[in-house]
Ligand binder design. Structure first.
Ligand SMILES: Nc1ncnc2c1ncn2[C@@H]1O[C@H](COP(=O)(O)OP(=O)(O)O)[C@@H](O)[C@H]1O
Ligand SMILES: [Mg+2]
Length: 361
């Protein structure tokens, strides 16, 4: 999976940009605030979800632009597009080869994984970000995970709404929603468990150095089958109505990460060690996806090179080059990327403008 072209229109500080990324590496360098992360964010919106900033759609159209934005990408002769129209700015639209498509179908075409400076807080913040990270790994391996998650969330939102109504909720309607939740919950939990098991197997054969090996486990409320889940939610209606939300289910699961060699929870590791654990997981995951889907995912590394010592940086570049993934990397200094070998496009980003330093299409 590799983009052969990326075009942006009125996306954040980019009024108009179009280029052919490197087959292996695209390096975006330039000053703080130039618009480098914005480009990675655009790529991250080519899969289901809210992108690598978790931002709301209303932040994305360029200030002083026409009110909407568009991100268009080509993968050989396949055309993916997403964006919002000025008339319906709250609705993200997706087009695949010119036809409207549900957002969840993007995962069938592309897998994108990222590591950003904001993820420095992944192990110390609440479970939500860790769960989203887990689900991105799962979705990259099992594209249908996006659809099951979306169906689960939709049924749960309707259940929360019904339970929150002043009028007593129709029990048959609640039964139906809880059934849909239970069916999708089982699929979600199975995909998560399968990905985690396969990734652990993969990590066991990956090099221990220079990036520490993580142990991954999913922390979820007591494992239940579909029937038990339905009974559980039926019995929890009063409790959930009082709380104003559904208190149990796969939307509450957490990802537990442990530094294998140190036998220490990731939260207690240094920021550098945490980054190394995440890099190990991402690289092993890329190898896993390459095996199962015949092509590795796209990997976005925002400001990662600057935080590694030269030895680890060289080792990272070496492993990235061997991964077969299309890599997108940012840094304030071009010099950080001197050790990169392979097909590299260097782009200087300056105030929302891209200045080529490599091949253009
Ligand atoms: N909707 C928007 N319209 C115009 N500019 C924006 C929008 N959203 C963010 N920006 C600008 O984009 C810049 C940040 O871009 P970013 O890609 O994070 O920079 P960096 O190159 O440091 O990664 C900031 O100057 C910010 O004001
Ligand atoms: Mg940035």
């Amino acid at each position: 999976m590799a983009l052969t072209r990326l075009s942006l229109t009125d996306f954040r500080n980019h009024a108009q940009a179009s280029f052919r990324p490197g087959r292996q590496f695209t390096v975006l360098h330039g000053a703080n605030g130039a618009g480098k992360t914005n480009i990675l964010e655009a790529v991250s919106l080519l899969v289901p979800g809210r992108g690598l900033r978790g931002a709301s759609l209303s932040e994305m159209p360029r200030n002083n632009g026409a009110g909407g934005f568009a991100i268009a990408a080509e993968i050989e002769d396949i055309k993916l597009g997403t964006g919002v129209d000025a008339t319906t700015p709250e609705r993200r639209k997706v087009r695949i080869n010119g036809a409207n498509a549900p957002i969840t179908s993007l995962s069938e075409w592309l897998a994108v994984i990222w590591l950003t400076p904001a993820m420095d807080r992944l192990f110390t913040d609440g479970a939500g970000e860790r769960r989203r990270f887990l689900d991105r790994l799962v979705m990259a391996l099992e594209p249908s995970h996006a659809r099951f998650s979306s169906q689960y969330e939709r049924a749960m939102r309707q259940r929360n709404k019904l339970l929150g109504d002043d009028r007593p909720a129709d029990p048959d309607w609640l039964d139906g929603l809880e059934k849909a939740m239970a069916q999708n919950a089982i699929l979600i939990e199975n995909s998560r468990a399968a990905m985690t098991a396969q990734l652990m197997e993969r990590l066991a054969v990956e090099p221990q150095e220079p990036f520490a090996i993580p142990l991954l486990a999913i922390d979820e409320t007591e494992k239940m089958d579909e029937e038990m889940l339905r009974i559980h939610w039926r019995r929890s209606r009063a409790r959930d109505a009082a709380a104003g939300r559904t208190l149990t289910g796969p939307h509450r699961a957490d990802l537990i990460v442990t530094h294998k060699a140190k036998k220490q929870p990731a939260a207690l590791c240094s920021t550098g060690e945490q980054k190394a654990l995440l890099l190990s997981a991402i690289l092993a995951h890329a190898a896993l996806v390459a095996d199962r889907r015949s092509e590795p995912p796209i990997i976005l590394l925002d400001e990662v090179a600057a935080h590694l010592d030269p030895l680890r940086r060289a080792a990272l570049f070496d492993r990235l080059a061997k991964s077969g993934s299309q890599l997108w990397m940012t840094g304030t200094e071009k010099a950080l990327f001197e050790g990169l070998n392979g097909d590299v496009l260097f782009l200087e980003v300056s105030n929302g403008q891209l200045l080529q330093d490599g091949p253009w299409g």
